[in-house]
Design a protein around this ligand. Structure first.
Ligand code: OXD
Ligand code: MN
Length: 634
């Protein structure tokens, strides 16, 4: 790699966005897809603002390949953000929402064919196919690099290339990890600023760690032409690098989130003895003032954000129950000196699903969305307020900016999103930024299942808990492209996100049951069970605290349970359902274990595990066979 690459000589101009004052002319004039005059301006390149040779060389080599007109190193400051926002308002990338009702809130309308994660175009490029496993799409690293580099060649001509240093996790946390995303999308920069600790402090940590020989994750992103035919998201876990092309949408483009904090981090975590999981983290404070932290894995768009921000039902509030939000999507946990698992939320913001977020389902989320938020693909009212199903008011323009017409489908896209800082959340935990993380008392797995799966059950031990997570299944949602409502196995809600072979991942989970470990209890929940009339049997939302309370009483040894082959369920009277006015028989139905149905389910789990061949840990297969045998077909 040359330290003075050709493109630099040709004149890609590194600029540091100035600390204040007017936006520099190159940014003001830039139109994302427009070739510009003056790209080949000569002149001496100013020094890059980093002391880290590895970073400087990488940025230079990317510039040589992509040939941007300008290079902007992002410092994460308010002034820098204000300039980017002003530029995006100019180019139409952002639209200002009603400044009276929603100050500093903006709407982004994505390309209509770029509205969700694209799992079929997402690859894990390990040296061998077996390392990626049947759970991932795989491509050989050399082939993937060649494919991506061909797409990147000259792709940033006429554009600014932003260099975005970021830290996943509290900036001073030993559990946090850093990365740098290079992108040609200012929308991505603005989102990364909310979703991560982005800018000068992250760069300082990257340089400090770099001097000690520690690597940072390298993510290269270009929106390309936003052409679904030229769209790929590639991961190179062994190289700690990511290459994404052709999409500007959330999980495909904000590389700190799914690409780094889950796919790459799960690989790092396996090597370093920790877990990178698709889990919310919530603190439950009881009336005595003790707070227990729960980490819960649900597939995308199954209510993680709502559970993380739950408001206790009135009776619970009166008694003094409180709920504290640590994270709503990703959890990194590592055993502490006392043997317990300690967790941080690597993210600094929420990239939440907008439709369904309402005063009834998640008042805390609504409260943080009335200022300083970016909305993507929501509808707007006649007075330019953001709108989606669940909000009062009437939409005037749909997510594509057309007058609302039922014939065009829902006004807000079903996967429309909000991006907002975690600190705006009224229930944000005072311990969310603790560098050592919070101790986890319970792990919850859950899916969206109309039938079979009871409201809650407890795994009898860690090994059983790992099987419960591995066997998880859920109906698909709009968070990814493809059919909605189809039941698929989604182990630990990590099917789209684990950066290696699930069989090895299950073995990694089992390995935490080691001498000295004080492991959380493991539970499974299903808020989505329906009765014969097709209606949900459980009210959900705030009332889910009733189920969490039973779990925490189990953790403390204060609640009984009915032992069944699938796990332990609340006994009659164990769940506080006072004031719910449940229909007669509803609770029985919710807690019913259909042995025949479960026998079939466990056999299906056995077949699923067999799909991973010899790599599956025998302990997991034995556990599945033990349960199948206990269930026995009547
Ligand atoms: C997300 C997802 O955006 O899981 O969190 O799709
Ligand atoms: Mn998610």
């Amino acid at each position: 790699m040359s330290s003075t690459p050709d493109s630099m000589r040709r004149g890609a101009v590194p600029v540091q966005l100035p600390p204040d004052g007017a936006m520099p002319a190159p940014l003001r004039a830039m139109a994302p897809h427009e070739p510009r005059d003056g790209d080949a301006r000569g002149g001496d390149a100013p020094t890059t603002p980093t002391t880290l040779v590895a970073l400087r060389d990488w940025v230079a080599s990317v510039a040589a390949l992509t040939q941007p007109a300008h290079i902007a190193w992002c410092d994460g400051s308010d002034a820098e953000n204000a300039r980017l926002v002003a530029m995006m308002l100019d180019t139409g990338d952002l639209l200002r929402l009603n400044p009276d009702t929603h100050p500093d809130c903006y709407l982004h309308r994505s390309s209509p064919s770029d509205v969700a994660r694209v799992e079929h175009l997402t690859f894990v490029c390990t040296p061998t196919n077996d390392e990626a496993g049947p759970n991932n799409h795989w491509m050989a690293p050399a082939e993937a690099h060649a494919k991506m580099d061909a797409l990147y060649a000259g792709c940033m001509r006429g554009r600014t290339m932003y260099v975005v240093p970021y830290c996943m996790g509290p900036i001073d946390s030993p559990l946090a990890r850093c990365g740098v995303e290079i992108t040609d999308s200012p929308y991505v920069v603005a989102n990364m600023r909310i979703m991560t600790r982005m800018g000068a402090a992250a760069l300082a940590r990257i340089e400090r760690e770099g001097a000690e020989g520690l690597p940072f994750v390298r993510g290269l992103h270009s929106i390309g032409e936003l052409d679904p035919e030229r769209r790929f998201i590639m991961h190179f876990p062994q190289e700690l690098s990511i290459k994404s092309f052709g999409s500007g949408y959330g999980g495909n483009a904000l590389l700190g989130k799914k690409c780094h904090a889950l796919r790459i981090a799960s690989h790092q975590a396996r090597g370093e003895g920790w877990l990178a999981e698709h889990m919310l983290i919530v603190g439950i404070e009881d009336p005595q003032g003790a707070t227990h932290y729960v980490a819960a894995a649900f597939p995308s768009a199954c209510g993680k954000t709502n559970l993380a921000m739950l408001i206790p039902p009135e009776g619970y509030r009166e008694k003094g129950w409180k709920v504290w939000t640590v994270g709503d999507d990703i959890c990194w946990m590592r055993p502490g000196a006392d043997g317990r698992l300690y967790a941080i939320n690597p993210e600094a913001g929420y990239f939440g699903v907008a439709p369904g977020t309402s005063e009834k389902t998640n008042p805390n989320a609504l409260a943080m969305l009335d200022r300083d938020a970016i909305f993507t693909n929501v509808a707007v009212t006649a007075d330019n307020q953001p709108w989606w199903d669940g909000l009062p008011g009437t939409p005037a323009l749909d997510w594509q900016g057309r007058p609302v017409d039922k014939a065009n489908g829902p006004a807000a896209h079903p996967n429309s999103r909000f991006t907002v800082s975690a600190r705006r959340c009224p229930s944000y935990s005072p311990h969310a930024e603790d560098p050592q993380g919070v101790p986890i008392s319970a792990i919850v797995f859950g899916g969206r299942r109309e039938s079979l799966v009871p409201l809650v059950f407890e795994a009898r031990d860690w090994r059983h808990g790992v099987l419960v997570g591995a066997g998880m299944a859920s109906e698909t949602t709009a968070a990814a492209t493809g059919a909605v409502g189809v039941v698929r196995r989604d182990s630990m809600a990590m099917k789209p996100f684990v950066g290696y072979n699930f069989a090895d991942y299950f073995a990694h989970w089992l390995s935490f049951d080691a001498p000295g470990a004080v492991l959380p209890k493991v539970f499974h929940v299903n808020w989505f069970r329906k009765g014969a009339d097709g209606k949900f049997l459980w009210p959900g939302f705030g009332d889910n605290l009733r189920v969490l309370e039973w779990m925490l009483r189990r953790v403390q040894g204060n609640a009984g349970a009915l032992e069944t082959p699938i796990g332990n369920l609340p006994l009659e009277g164990d769940l506080d359902v006072e004031g719910l006015g449940m229909a007669p028989g509803a609770l029985d139905a919710l807690l019913h274990v259909d042995r025949d149905g479960w026998y079939d389910e466990m056999e299906a789990v056995g077949e699923y595990l067999a799909g991973f061949g010899d790599r599956v840990p025998p302990a997991l297969v034995e556990e599945q066979q033990r349960i199948s045998a206990e269930l026995g077909r009547p």
